[in-house]
Ligand binder design. Structure first.
Ligand SMILES: [Mg+2]
Length: 177
């Protein structure tokens, strides 16, 4: 039987822009690893002012940030121009190797870092393999592109099972907060 729990995030939150980062800091989190495409902007879209503001706020709060992308060097470097984050491109997620490298670059321990991404088969699986908590965010698409790939349907099915298994949900923030 396939073990679906390896695809389960610690939290499922609408958008990276509404996560309670202050609460994460208060619980000892010091590093944030972000996927780029469909997590912070639509696939291939340039960095937005909202993302620049978010990263500036995170740095003011005291977080180290890192962009972890399976996309190319050019894409990731260009996206980081105004962000001043650490970067890892061609990350090969869901391999956990790039997550270990991210911890190294930020000089942080697994318990001090959270990964934020839109895909359970790459982002969330890589985080689980590296034993770090993760937050799944809703896929940001291009407005006119409603086509969903086969993988997105599989994802929906796995997330249906996640929704039924309460003990895997809200593992970072309590439901009351
Ligand atoms: Mg993505």
């Amino acid at each position: 039987m396939i073990k679906l729990t390896k695809y389960y995030p610690y939290e499922w939150i609408e958008s990276p822009f509404v996560i309670d980062y202050g609460a994460l800091y208060a619980m000892g989190v010091r590093g944030l690893i972000f996927d780029i495409d469909n997590t912070l902007v639509p696939h291939g879209a340039p960095c937005s002012s909202a993302v620049v503001e978010l990263f500036a706020r995170l740095h003011r709060l005291g977080f180290a940030t890192l962009l972890l992308s399976n996309n190319s060097k050019t894409r990731v470097e260009c996206f980081n121009t105004d962000l001043n984050a650490h970067i890892i491109y061609d990350a090969g997620k869901p391999s956990p190797q790039s997550v270990y490298k991210a911890l190294d670059m930020m000089q942080l321990l697994p318990g001090q870092v959270v990964l934020i991404g839109d895909q359970i088969f790459t982002d969330i699986c890589a985080a689980n393999r590296a034993t770090i908590p993760s937050i799944l965010v809703r896929y940001i698409g291009h407005e006119k592109c409603e086509w969903k790939g086969f993988r997105r349907y599989l994802e929906t099915l796995v997330l249906l099972t996640y929704k039924l298994r309460k003990k895997y949900q809200n593992r970072l923030f309590s439901v009351e907060s």
